[in-house]
Design a protein around this ligand. Structure first.
Ligand code: NAP
Length: 520
C-alpha cells in the first residue's frame, strides 16, 4: 500500500517509491509513504485562503459540533485503528488505547469545552482597566483567531494522539491544521484522516496531512501561521533556526525530550500501600508503549535507606512482564518502533552504564516471545542503579527512549531538589508522599523545572490518571531541555492559536464587544 497525502482538499500521491514502513515485530513491509514533488507552499496557501475563513465563519459551538462528529466517527472505527497500531507500531491493546482512545478523548473534551463557549467567534479576557483620568476611557484584552495555518509536526510514538490532541485545539480555535506525522509510523494517522475525509465532516482543507517527507516545510511558513513541534531536541533546534522561521517571527512551540522523575518521599515505608503504588507506577511507566512516552519516568529518586527495597520491588515486577509479539497470549510489552530506535536505545543504555549498574535486565540472555525475535525491535526492560548521582552526568542528560530507568538515592530534602534540577527541565514529575507539607514543598521546589507535577498520597493513589498520561485539562510541555513549549490546558490551549489584542476605547463600545464574546 502506498500512503497518499491530503493537501489543498485533495489526495495526492508523492513521486517515487517513498519510504518503507515496517512491522516492528516481524520486519514485514506494511506500506510506503512520501510527499516528494508536492507543492507544499501552494498547499499551505490553500489552507490559509480557503479553510481558515471557512472555519472562522463558524462559532465555537459549531466548530465543537464538528469535533464531536469526528470523535464519533473515529470511535465507531476504533477496532481498525487498534489493528493498524499493532501492525505499524507493535502496540499492545493497552498501548493502542493510550494512542487511539487518547486522541478521541481529546476531541471529545474540546468538543464539550467548545459547546460551553456558545455562539461567539472570539473571546475576551475577564476585566477592564481604566487608563486615564477620563473614566470612560478603558481597555480590554480580546482574543481573535490567527489568519494562517497550524503546522503540526509530530513524533513517531503517538501517531493518533499526536494528531488529535493538537488538531482538536486548533480547529476549535478556528485555525486549519497541516499535520506531519513521523514517517515511520504514519499509517494510523493516514487511515484516520481518510475516514474523516470520506465522511465529509470538516470544511475542505481544514486538515491536511503529509505522509513522509516535508522536510522543507519550514521554508514556506508565514508570520500568521504557527508551528507546534513534538520530537527530538536536535530536530527542534534545526527547525527553529531555519532562516525563514527566524525572519517570519512565526510562533514556534517545542515539546522535546525529557528526563522525567518520580520521587518517593522519606515518610513512605517500604511495603506500605503508598510504596506499592509507587512501584506499580514506575513499572507501568517503564513498560507501557515499551517506554516510548515523552513523559515516561527516566529517573527514580528514593531515600538512600530505601534503595535496596525499591530495587527489589521494581525488579520483581519487571520479571513478570512478558516482552514480545503482542499477538501472542500473555505478552505485555511490545517492541520499539524500528531498528534505529532499538539501536539508539542500546547506545543510550551503554552510556548510562558508564555511571550506573544494571539491577534488572540489560539485554544479556534476553529472549523475547516472538517467532523470529531477531527481526523484531525488542529491548529488555532495564533498571539501573546510580549510587552517586550528584557526581554523575549521563543519568541526568541521556534520554533512552525505551524501557530504561535509573534509580538514585537522596539523603535529604535539599539534595532531592538538587538532583531534580540536574534534569535541566522536564515535562512531568511525580511525588509519592502522605505528608501534605512535604508534597506542597515539593510542588514549589520542582515546579520551576517541570510542566506538570503529580502529587500522590493514599487518597488519590487508586484514582489518579497516571504520571505519564497527558490530560487535556492540564498544560503539557516543560522548560529547558523539554523544549520550553506548552500546549493543551483546556481554554489555555486555544490562546496559542489566537492573537491577544489590547482594545482601548469608550466603555460602552468595549461593552458591546464583550457582549458577543466568550470569556477565557
Ligand atoms: P524526530 O526525529 O525529531 O522527529 C520528529 C518529527 O520531526 C517527525 O515527524 C520527523 O519527520 C520530523 N522532522 C524531522 N526533520 C524534519 C525537517 N527537516 N522538517 C520537518 N520535519 C522534520 O523525533 P522522533 O524520533 O520522531 O521522536 C522521538 C523524540 O521525541 C524523543 O526524544 C521524545 O522524547 C520526543 N517526544 C517528545 C514528546 C513531547 O510531548 N514532549 C512527545 C513524543 C516524543 P520524519 O519522520 O519524516 O523524519
Amino acid at each position: 500500500m502506498k500512503l497518499s497525502n491530503y493537501v489543498a482538499g485533495e489526495w495526492v500521491d508523492g513521486a517515487g517509491q517513498g519510504t518503507p514502513l515496517h512491522d516492528p515485530v516481524t520486519g514485514d513491509l506494511v506500506a510506503t509513504a512520501g510527499s516528494d514533488g508536492l507543492d507544499l507552499a501552494g498547499a499551505l496557501q490553500y489552507s490559509r485562503q480557503h479553510a481558515n475563513p471557512a472555519l472562522q465563519a463558524l462559532s465555537f459551538a459549531q466548530r465543537a459540533d464538528l469535533l464531536s462528529q469526528v470523535a464519533d466517527l473515529l470511535t465507531a472505527k476504533r477496532d481498525s485503528y487498534y489493528e493498524a497500531a499493532l501492525k505499524n507500531s507493535g502496540n499492545t491493546p493497552v498501548d493502542a488505547a493510550i494512542d487511539v482512545d487518547g486522541g478521541i478523548g481529546n476531541l471529545k473534551y474540546f468538543a464539550a469545552l467548545g459547546q460551553s463557549l456558545g455562539d461567539s467567534r472570539y473571546a475576551v479576557e475577564a476585566g477592564m482597566d481604566r487608563l486615564s483620568r477620563e473614566k470612560a476611557f478603558q481597555s480590554i484584552h480580546m482574543l481573535t483567531s490567527l489568519k494562517g495555518v497550524a503546522i503540526h509536526i509530530n513524533a513517531f510514538n503517538f501517531p493518533s494522539w499526536g494528531l488529535w490532541e493538537k488538531a482538536s485545539v486548533a480547529l476549535l480555535a478556528g485555525v486549519p491544521v497541516f499535520a506531519k506525522p513521523a514517517t515511520t509510523s504514519c499509517l494510523l494517522a493516514y487511515l484516520m484522516l481518510k475516514d474523516v475525509v470520506e465522511a465529509d465532516i470538516l470544511p475542505k482543507g481544514s486538515i491536511s496531512l503529509i505522509c513522509g517527507g516535508g522536510h522543507d516545510l519550514m521554508d514556506y511558513v508565514q508570520s500568521d501561521d504557527l508551528v507546534m513541534f513534538t520530537g527530538s531536541a536536535d530536530t527542534a533546534a534545526k527547525l527553529r533556526s531555519n532562516p525563514n522561521v527566524i525572519a517570519s517571527n512565526v510562533r514556534f512551540s517545542v515539546e522535546a525530550d525529557s528526563l522525567n522523575l518520580s520521587l518517593l518521599a522519606e515518610d513512605v515505608q517500604p511495603g506500605s500501600d503508598l510504596f506499592n503504588a509507587f512501584i506499580k507506577e514506575v513499572v507501568k511507566e517503564m513498560t507501557t508503549k515499551a517506554g516510548q512516552k515523552c513523559t515516561a519516568i527516566r529517573r527514580i529518586m528514593v531515600p538512600a535507606s530505601c534503595m535496596t527495597a525499591v530495587a527489589d520491588a521494581i525488579s520483581d515486577k519487571l520479571a513478570k512482564i512478558v516482552v514480545g509479539d503482542p499477538r501472542k497470549d500473555g505478552v505485555r510489552m511490545g517492541p520499539l518502533m524500528n531498528k534505529s530506535q532499538q539501536q539508539a536505545a542500546e547506545q543510550g543504555l551503554a552510556a548510562l552504564r558508564a555511571e550506573a549498574n544494571v539491577v534488572f535486565g540489560g539485554g544479556e540472555n534476553f529472549v523475547p516471545q516472538a517467532d523470529a525475535a531477531e527481526l523484531g525491535c525488542f529491548v529488555q526492560p532495564t533498571l539501573l542503579r546510580c549510587d552517586s548521582p550528584l557526581q554523575a552526568k549521563r543519568v541526568h542528560d541521556t534520554e533512552v527512549f525505551g524501557p530504561v530507568s535509573t534509580l538514585m538515592p537522596y539523603n535529604n530534602e535539599a539534595e532531592a531538589w538538587q538532583l531534580a534540577r540536574l534534569g535541566g527541565g522536564s515535562l512531568a514529575c511525580s511525588v509519592f508522599s502522605a505528608d501534605a507539607g512535604f508534597a506542597a514543598r515539593a510542588a514549589i521546589a520542582l515546579g520551576g523545572d517541570h510542566g506538570r507535577v503529580l502529587l500522590v498520597n493514599e487518597t488519590v493513589m487508586g484514582g489518579h490518571t497516571g504520571h505519564g498520561i497527558v490530560m487535556p485539562q492540564c498544560v503539557h510541555g516543560g522548560p529547558g531541555r523539554a523544549g520550553g513549549g506548552e500546549e493543551l490546558g483546556g481554554l489555555r490551549g486555544l490562546k496559542h492559536y489566537m492573537q491577544r489584542t489590547a482594545v482601548q476605547g469608550d466603555v460602552e463600545t468595549l461593552e458591546a464587544i464583550i457582549s458577543k464574546a466568550a470569556t477565557f
